[in-house]
Design a protein around this ligand. Structure first.
Ligand code: ADP
Ligand code: MG
Length: 354
């Protein structure tokens, strides 16, 4: 049994589509689960139900085997940290971290020890007497984390904690946040709409869309096998093309004909094909040769230098496809090129009914 179990939970605010629909999820002791999904998909609503701030219409939330249905928020012993983490700007860093402990009426010597330990944990011991208004955004974020951890929550929920910060700062702080949570062995649910952040922070990811969990798994598993075109797109894959299955099992699409390595798709089926961005070979397009399977003939749109690799944009029949090239690249925008992709780079989805 998992430490936290969300069992078939649903919630509607109105007669509209439910904000959270039949969500089930288990979280293990010491695990960081990232909840990933677009704005409005129900992430905050799910957290609020786990916290006890919102009551599910259906389903149950169990913690350590106990039904939380009748347990009020302050008795659950869970911590929350939001994007707008509402520190007291004119109080010291130390006082901000002590806030939750004072609410618990912790005795002074123990409180002092605890605050020092938390400031050391987030590497802010030297700034304890500073006012929050006088430290950087990144430091404020660590103060907020220290404040959330200080009362020793049994589960910490972080709702887009880095949402307000700029990209470069987020890249660093997401790693800091993970390291700090791991150092204290915290069980955490970390909400984000950014797949880079989810991959960097989570032991496991749960991808949500329209109130439902679409796929749960380790980052590598999701990356290798996104369960639906939505998940693939949300994880950053660009090349999704529509097509159908030929009598001999080849996938016919506007960008070329493809053959999968192992699966034998049903002839006549309408499908969506994911073409992952690795290229097996690239050559000038000589129209003379009939186009073989697993090749794409297109026009090179743009080549973007990304340091260790090149991003290659190719136009084909109204699609703009994106590939990554790690080797030499002797082509210019406007060139006609033929790309060969390995069958291991293809994933097929049978089109879902609307
Ligand atoms: P997310 O955190 O993923 O952006 P939310 O859980 O905040 O999503 O919202 C899910 C859906 O529920 C959205 O359609 C949102 O408009 C709606 N919603 C959220 N909170 C309320 C509320 N208090 N009253 C009515 N509708 C709400
Ligand atoms: Mg939200």
């Amino acid at each position: 049994m998992s430490l936290l179990e969300v069992i078939a939970v649903s919630k509607s605010y109105s007669l509209d589509a439910p904000a959270v629909r039949d969500v089930s999820l288990g979280i293990e002791d010491g695990e960081i689960l990232c909840l990933l999904g677009p704005s409005g998909c129900g992430k905050t609503t799910l957290l609020r139900m786990i916290a006890g701030l919102e009551r599910p219409d259906q389903g149950r939330i169990m913690f350590e085997g106990r039904d939380m249905g009748k347990v009020p928020p302050h008795e659950r012993g869970f911590g929350m940290m939001f994007q707008d983490f509402a520190l007291f700007p004119h109080k010291s860093v130390r006082e901000n971290v002590a806030f939750g402990l004072r609410m618990q009426h912790m005795a002074t010597p123990e409180l002092d020890r605890r605050v020092v330990a938390m400031l050391e944990l987030v590497d802010l011991a030297r700034l304890g007497e500073r006012q929050v208004a006088e430290i950087s955004g990144g430091e404020q974020q660590r103060v907020a984390l220290a404040r959330a951890l200080a009362p020793g929550p049994r589960l910490l929920m972080l709702d887009e904690p880095l949402g307000a910060l700029d990209r470069a700062l987020r890249e660093r702080l997401m790693l800091d946040a993970r390291a700090i949570l791991k150092r204290v062995g915290m069980t955490a649910i970390y909400v984000t709409h950014d797949q880079t952040e989810a991959f960097a922070v989570g032991d496991r990811l749960a991808v949500m869309n329209r109130g439902q969990i679409i796929q749960v798994g380790k980052p590598l598993m999701l990356y290798q096998q996104p369960a639906t075109p939505f998940v693939a797109k949300f994880l950053g894959f660009q090349n999704l093309v529509n097509g159908f299955v030929d009598e001999d099992g080849s996938i016919v699409t506007p960008v070329g004909h493809f053959r999968l390595r192992e699966s034998e798709p049903t002839p006549g089926k309408t499908v969506t094909l994911l073409i992952k961005p690795d290229i097996e070979a690239i050559s000038e397009n000589s129209q003379a040769v009939p186009q073989p399977e697993n090749t794409i003939d297109g026009t090179l749109d743009a080549v973007i230098f990304r340091g260790r690799y090149l991003q290659v944009w190719v136009s084909v029949q109204g699609y703009r496809l994106l590939f990554e090239e790690y080797g030499d690249f002797p082509f210019q925008p406007g060139d006609s090129i033929r790309l060969t992709v390995s069958s291991s780079q293809l994933l097929l989805y049978e089109s879902l009914p609307q």
